[in-house]
Design a protein around this ligand. Structure first.
Ligand code: GDG
Length: 468
């Protein structure tokens, strides 16, 4: 059986004795892949230590072996908080005004990718497939190739790839374009991401399109294709069906009495449009005064990246918007917006999605957005709720039956909330069914299988030995 090496920024090693793959986004996504392959999962341990070892710590857990490295405080600051999260993240999400570029951060980003490549190269065997995840690790393939690794190396980019007009504002843009084209297969979430990157490679690096998504860049071949990530639809639906028993879900539903629930669930990130969504909800109550007291908006938003200043600022902005809305509209007997920053177990989320008449998923920009899919998966087929979805989320391409909105237009979002609340059952079912069916076909196993099936095709490609 051949081996699949997954590389991702953060790796959660399951407890010893546990044969299960660790819980969490990518781990759930790759569960099936690890039944077809033996696995090695490589990346950052999540720990910051003063003098990290250059050798990874290895742990065997059933079919999957984990190899993790600690980061030094400087590496963490420059590679992770700095270049990845203060330069790449905002630019990839079209937020030029929030980007902070520093040469020291970029040097740290390159250094950590080199350290990772050196540690990983020693673990790679002939016949291994290597699948690298996300924007923290764009230069990894170039580093591995430089060390003589000739295995197929694929990359999946979980976030949007913006147009060249936006991407090229990044001072390191040309180097990063060269680095990404060192992968055999570049997976993106949508066709417009594919268009943006391919077009930019042609314009900036004179890449030659070869058809079928393949391009010749500086004498090397790469292929760029969209593989929209799915979710475990069955697992989520079952969790939602069972969640009625859960205490938090029961108490929430009982507390609503006859009120209708709108729900938002996001990591607290400026790409997710949380304050803008709250303003749209305020607009909804302003134009529908008869609905005050009858509808509650629950926003769950666990904090993330709190060491990055823009996220601290976002948290303050949300508190201010929320305080103003609840203060001006609320009554002793009714709080229009309930806001919690605690993270809830997936089973609780599933139950709350099912209890909500409207899922309000309005990111300003999002690679895919799994919450939109989870909300749809959690609905009951007889009486489903309505998804209000940003047209700037990758998920909008697969969920066109949702009420698609421009998240920058709070009037439009408010009107969609109203339409969702008043939508007759027959229309709710008619919209929900094709979304559920499509998501069931294009679920997370389909995503991993399609990507890996294509990466397998690069096993026989002849590669130049690295320049001496
Ligand atoms: C990146 C891209 C792309 C949220 N709160 C809780 C909780 N969550 C879970 C959700 C969902 C996940 O976190 C968030 O997924 P998203 O897709 O919305 O967003 P990112 O974290 O930004 O992920 C994104 C994704 O990669 C996959 O490719 O879709 O576009 O930005 O699963 O349910 N989970 C639990 N408690 C919470 O309180 N357990």
């Amino acid at each position: 059986m051949s081996r699949l090496i997954i590389v991702s920024n953060r790796v959660a090693v399951p407890d010893a004795g546990s044969k299960a793959v660790a819980a969490g986004g990518l781990a759930v996504a790759l569960k099936e892949a690890f039944t077809a392959y033996k696995g090695l999962w490589f990346g950052w341990s999540g720990k910051i230590t003063d003098n990290p070892s250059s050798e990874p710590v290895i742990a065997d857990r059933g079919r999957v072996q984990y190899a993790v490295m600690d980061l030094s405080p400087q590496d963490h600051r420059e590679y992770y908080s700095g270049f990845a999260n203060r330069a790449l993240w905002p630019i990839m999400h079209y937020r030029l005004g929030l980007a902070a570029f520093s040469r020291a951060d970029y040097a740290g980003y390159q250094r950590v990718n080199r350290i990772f490549a050196q540690a990983l190269a020693g673990l790679i065997e002939p016949g291994d497939l290597i699948w690298v995840h996300d924007y923290h690790l764009i230069p990894l393939a170039s580093e591995l190739r430089g060390l003589g690794v000739s295995n197929p190396i694929g990359y999946f980019h979980h976030i949007p790839w913006p147009s060249g007009e936006v991407f090229n504002t990044l001072p390191a843009s040309t180097e990063l374009l060269r680095a990404v084209s060192d992968y055999d297969l570049i997976g993106l979430q949508t066709d417009s991401d594919v268009h943006n990157l391919s077009r930019n490679l042609v314009d900036e690096l004179r890449a030659i399109p070869l058809g079928g998504g393949s391009l010749m860049v500086d004498g090397r071949r790469t292929r760029i294709r969209s593989f929209p990530i799915g979710i475990d639809v069955d697992g989520f639906r079952q969790a939602a069906e069972r969640a009625g028993m859960n205490r938090t879900v029961r108490d929430t539903v009982a507390g609503l009495r006859t009120r209708k629930l709108l729900i938002g669930v996001d990591r607290l990130d400026y790409s997710k449009g949380v304050p803008e969504r709250m303003e749209a909800v305020e607009r909804f109550f302003a134009s529908n005064p008869d609905q005050r007291g009858n509808v509650v908006f629950l926003q769950i938003a666990p904090k993330s990246r709190t060491e990055v200043p823009e996220y601290e600022q976002l948290s303050r902005d949300v508190n201010e918007v929320l305080g103003n809305i609840n203060g001006s509209l609320g009554e002793p007997s009714w709080t229009p917006i309930q806001y919690v920053t605690k993270a809830y177990p997936r089973a609780v989320l599933a139950g709350l999605y099912r209890a909500a008449r409207v899922g309000v998923v309005t990111p300003m920009r999002d690679g895919m957005n799994l919450v939109a899919k989870e909300y749809v998966a959690a609905q009951s087929e007889d009486d489903p709720g309505v998804l209000v979805l940003s047209k700037f989320a990758g998920a909008a391409r697969q969920l066109p039956e949702a009420l698609l909105v421009n998240p920058y237009d709070r009037f439009e979002v408010a009107e969609a909330i109203r339409a969702a609340l008043y939508m007759p059952k027959a229309e709710r079912v008619e919209r929900w069914k094709p979304m559920f069916e499509r998501m069931s076909r294009e679920d997370v196993d389909w995503w991993a299988r399609s990507y890996l099936g294509e990466l397998e095709g690069f096993r026989t490609v002849e590669r130049e030995p690295p320049a001496a």
